[in-house]
Unconditional design. Structure first.
Length: 328
């Protein structure tokens, strides 16, 4: 793990070209903490499963009561077929599709039965021989369970952004202000026209082995792109405005509950960092201020995790469990 020093952070869209839920910019003060140098790998997650017998969300049938709780009143229940173990998998489209507000994301996402962390794209896919790829198809519950087993926890959203910025202030990207240039090998994101033409100028169609791109100023890898990373925080559309009214907030742990104005019936957790699917023509969410929200039981083939731990917890219990590769 890497030690992140205590300090203040201007949190949010400091450049002024981000999305509405990245504003207003507000200041936070954080104690020192540790965070994983790289994203949790298949090998590390496999060690956890072998030791505990854990079954991930995607490996279990969906519970009808949980699904109905998230849907507007009066929505018909899904068919039994929809309750079988499955998860979201990205699919390229045959050509251009509308990407503006209200775009139909089901054009490039499919629920695939048998897709899980061992089979990221479906039953015929495998992680065999891919030990150092980041684990994907993990829900918030799965990510939290892994971190707890390893003697860690998920980072707060504020900790994550502090770590991602690498000590830089006022820059658009984790590496500074220079625009993304594929041949500069800054991050694993989508090059070309999303979601149908990936030119792979960075060398990767999907996930890259952890640590394949240069580290940021704190020595952390893949804080931009590769896979989205779960944070501990609930998502609320008004949480930044609430914190901004408080002045400098010390060690914010996020709101007590979730409210997404777009889907008020579905609680959401925060994910950060963007993924190999982030494109400047679509989400551009590989910026350190970018934040997205998703259901905590959601698992996809571009969502993973890294863990954190406070200095106090580290000193109290000793170094967290080493479940495999933790360095480049």
């Amino acid at each position: 793990m890497v030690a992140i020093p205590a300090g203040e952070l201007a949190m949010g869209d400091v450049v002024g070209d981000g999305l509405a839920w990245e504003r207003p910019v507000h200041r936070v003060r954080l104690d020192a903490f540790y965070i994983d140098m790289v994203e949790v790998t298949n090998a590390q997650f496999a060690a956890f499963v072998a030791a505990t017998g854990y079954r991930t969300t995607a490996e279990k049938p969906a519970k009808l009561v949980d699904i109905m709780r998230q849907l507007p009143p009066g929505t018909p229940p899904p068919s039994p077929e929809k309750l079988r173990p499955s998860s979201l998998v990205f699919k390229k489209t045959a050509g251009p599709v509308p990407l503006g507000p209200g775009a139909d994301w089901s054009r490039w996402w499919d629920y695939v039965q048998g897709a899980d962390w061992r089979h990221p794209s479906g039953p015929t896919d495998t992680i065999e021989g891919r030990d150092y790829l980041p684990v994907v198809q993990v829900s918030w519950d799965d990510a939290s369970a892994y971190c707890a087993w390893a003697g860690r926890r998920l980072p707060t959203e504020a900790e994550w952004e502090r770590a991602a910025r690498g000590g830089l202030e006022g820059t658009k990207y984790t590496w500074g202000s220079a625009p993304f240039a594929p041949k500069a090998a800054q991050a694993n994101i989508w090059q070309g026209a999303f979601p149908y033409d990936n030119t792979r100028e960075d060398g990767f169609e999907t996930t890259a082995p952890v640590g394949s791109f240069p580290a940021n100023g704190f020595g952390l890898y893949d804080m931009a792109g590769n896979v989205w990373e779960w944070c501990s925080d609930w998502y609320r559309g008004d949480s930044y405005a609430t914190d901004a009214r408080k002045g400098v907030v010390a060690n914010p742990a996020g709101p007590a509950d979730s409210l997404d104005p777009d889907e008020p019936h579905t609680p959401k957790r925060v994910i950060r960092g963007g993924s190999f699917l982030c494109s400047d023509t679509y989400c551009a969410s590989y910026r350190p201020s970018a934040r997205m929200k998703t259901s905590p039981d959601s698992a996809t083939n571009h969502q993973g995790l890294r863990c954190a731990v406070s200095v106090a917890a580290w000193k109290k219990s000793g170094a967290p469990r080493d479940a495999g590769r933790d360095a480049k």
